[in-house]
Each structure stands twice: as C-alpha cells, then as structure tokens.
Design a protein around this ligand. Structure first.
Ligand SMILES: *Cc1c(COP(=O)(O)O)cnc(C)c1O
Length: 421
C-alpha cells in the first residue's frame, strides 16, 4: 500500500482538519531544491520547507560535518557539561549576531525559543524586585503554538479554546510610515496603566501574517521607546534569521538592537530541530547572583544536542561563504525583475520584497486555509512547484542554492496560475 494511504491509519498532522483534508503527499527524497514523492513526481521546494533548508536539502557539507560528529559524541546532558560543537557554535554565532548579543540559551524549536525569551524578560524584572506582568506585541504577529508564544501572537480564529489561559498581552499596530504618533501615544498609555516586562516582535517581516512588511524607521522608534522605558525587547528572528532579508539578521537593519533574540528554523539548516535564545550581557547579569533562585531554571532534555550544534555551525560556515552571498544577491535581483514583470498583472493587487523574501497579494479575497487557496496550492504542485499560499498571498522563500532555471520555473508557474484564476 502507498505511504499516503498507510499514513491515514495512525498519523495526526499539524494545522490540519483531517475530515476535510484527508490527503497527504509522501516525500521519499530531497536533494538541493527538489523534492521527490513516492510516485516519482518532482517539486521545487520554493518555500525551503518552512524557511529551514536555506543551503539546500541534504547539503553535502552539512551532512559530512554531522556524520563526523555523530561518530564522536551523540548526546550529553548540557547542565554541568559542555562540548566542542556548542562552544564553537557559540563563537561563530556571537560573531555574526548584532554586537550587543553575548549569551546563548538552547532549546528545541521556535516556540520554545520564544517561551525562553518571555520568561527571561519576566524574571529579569522579578530578579530586580519588581513584578512586571504585561507584554506588548504586534497585532498580527506569530510567535509559535505553545501557551506563551500563542499568547503573544495576534489573536487567531483557531485559538478560541485557549484564550482564557493566555498571558497578559497588549497589542499595537505595525508601523506603516504614517502611524508613528499614534503608536507612540498608544505605548505611553500602555506604560502608564501597566507594568510592562517586554515587547516581542518579528523584525521587518511577519512570516505567518503572509509576509507582511513594516517600516524600519517606525520599528526603531518603538525600540527606542522601549529602551527608555525599561521594557525588554525580544526580536523573534525565527523566520527572518540567517540571510533571508539580505543581511544576516533583520535586526541588522535597525539602529537599536534587541535585548533578546529568538532563533530557530534555518539555524540548523533544516537538518535537525534546535533553537537558541540569545541575550545581552545586561540580561544575563540580572540572573547572575549568589542567590540560587535568581538563576534561570529552565531546561530541555536535548538542549544543545551536539549533532544539532554541529549542523548549525556548518550552516553558518555556508552562510558566510562567498558562494552563498553571491546566490543571495542573485536571487534578490531576479525577484526584482520578476516583481516588475508581474506588478501590472490584472490579478495582482500588490507586491513586496525584502531580501530573498518575495510576496504578492492577489486581487481576490481568500480564506487562509479555504477552498480557493487549496486550488491554488494544487495548481502549483501540478506544475512541479511547492508553494504554500497564505490566503490571497503567494510568497517565494526558496533555498539560496536555487538555480536561475529553477527560479524561472517558479515564476512561470505563478504567471500561468494567475492567468487561469
Ligand atoms: C515558525 C515560527 C515560530 C515557531 O517556531 P516552531 O519551530 O514552529 O515552534 C515562531 N516565530 C516565528 C517568527 C516563526 O516563523
């Protein structure tokens, strides 16, 4: 029996209503930018498997490094022990992070990286003898699916059963170049009526909000406001990190640096799950004390798994290479050309781009996971391209190693599908 049929017996998939969406596609091989299913069909992975495999699937350099590592040291408790892959990763990562970041805390995924960031912000104030119980977040942000991360995400229609159990969060709009005064006024009101611990944000590009992009200057103003009001800033770079915006991190575009950063997804180049929450020396110092209870008593069993650390280190080596940087520049230029070509299409309402992230909004209203959106998804798959439209937004976020020929196939699929809807 085919895998996709055997799947139905025991498996429960994420973000899926199994009654209306019983079918899956079984992928048996991935190489570079190409996925192969069990029937032998090939698809270009134009969203890098949720923004993870930026250096291509089964990248030979990463596989070689991790294979060597797994013959040396597979797993060790990270409480009281350390190891070479974690130490070398810390040196390489601190070297490319914004220069105020100085300490790294490990966990397993983007949501836990956010949980850790939120807990650090809350305990930072607590350790200084103040109880701050409120968080500020953007209205339509996404930070993950665990409770803290869900709480700070924009309210989702799918969160109804859990809302009674959320943390206290106040939401502000994203800066659009015209609403600065309004946002600052709102922030002042929030600070006057609440004890604010932190502000969490996806810098410049909000992935799950369908690649919405906001104003750099406006975000800087918000960050400055936070700095002056003793609010810990938490940049969730789980999606934007590791080159996607055209710089190593979206925070590199901002003059004011975050106190805390959340990293995952492309951190391990799509090979293994791992996350890091980095912070400034000032945040770390608030926990450094003779009093045991002022320490950060949070931990995950697989924290800093040596194989995942080695994959992350190999990923950073690739990211910094001339080849990869040339690929990034090439994709940015190709997207710009494509954008010009497609902008005037009658079905296109608007386009936007930041680095290698390209998005277009269709001139048609669609439900996030509705029927028309599904039809779009299948039209792309029939053309050998894996894209995952979010409502009426079609976005491309392909691995850096995508060839011009493969990229053109993606563009043509989009144009053909636009002509038919
Ligand atoms: C994907 C994502 C998360 C959650 O990461 P998981 O690994 O899926 O838990 C958090 N924040 C942002 C910005 C993301 O894109």
């Amino acid at each position: 029996m085919a895998l996709k049929e055997r799947d139905k017996k025991h498996l429960w998939h994420p973000l899926t209503q199994h009654k209306t969406h019983p079918d899956t596609i079984a992928i048996v091989k991935a190489e570079g930018c190409v996925l192969t299913d069990e029937d032998g069909n090939n698809y270009i992975d134009a969203i890098a498997s949720w923004y993870t495999c930026m250096y291509g699937h089964c990248n030979p350099h990463i596989i070689k490094c991790v294979t060597e590592q797994m013959q040396q040291l597979d797993q060790i408790v990270f409480s009281g022990f350390t190891h070479r892959p974690a130490v070398e990763l810390s040196e390489a990562l601190i070297d490319i992070l914004p220069n105020n970041q100085n300490k790294l805390f490990f966990s397993d995924n983007g949501s836990t990286a956010v949980e850790v960031g939120i807990k650090m912000a809350l305990q930072y104030h607590f350790n200084k003898g103040e109880k701050h119980n409120t968080l500020i977040a953007f209205e339509d942000g996404f930070h993950g699916d665990t409770f803290g991360a869900m709480s700070v995400s924009g309210l989702s229609v799918y969160n109804g059963p859990f809302e009674d159990f959320f943390l206290k969060v106040v939401r502000i709009p994203t800066p659009n170049g015209k609403n600065h005064d309004l946002i600052i006024k709102q922030l002042s009101d929030i600070v006057n009526t609440n004890k604010v611990a932190g502000f969490i944000y996806e810098p410049l590009v909000q992935g799950a909000a369908a690649m919405q992009m906001h104003d750099t200057h406006g975000l800087n103003m918000i960050l400055n406001f936070c700095k002056h009001n003793n609010i810990i800033t938490i940049a969730d770079e789980v999606m934007t990190g590791f080159g996607k915006t055209g710089k190593h991190f979206a925070s590199d575009y901002l003059a004011t640096k975050p106190d805390i950063m959340c990293l995952s997804k492309a951190l391990t180049a799509g090979l293994l799950p791992m996350a890091i929450t980095s912070c400034s020396q000032d945040v770390f110092d608030a926990f450094y004390n003779d009093d045991l209870s002022k320490g950060f008593f949070h931990g995950h069993t697989y924290s800093a798994n040596p194989l995942a650390c080695r994959a992350a280190l190999a990923g950073i080596e690739l990211l910094k290479s001339e080849d990869m940087q040339a690929n990034i520049s090439r994709i940015i230029a190709s997207h710009q050309d494509f954008g010009q070509r497609i902008e005037t299409h009658p079905k296109v309402a608007s386009i936007r781009q930041k680095g290698i992230i390209f998005a277009l909004d269709l001139d048609i209203k669609m439900e996030r996971y509705g029927n028309l959106r599904d039809k779009l998804f299948h039209s792309f798959m029939e053309r050998g391209v894996f894209l995952r439209p979010l409502g009426q937004t079609i976005y491309i976020l392909a691995p850096y190693v995508i060839s011009e020929k493969q990229l053109n196939k993606v563009y043509i699929a989009i144009e053909k599908v636009l002509d038919r809807i």
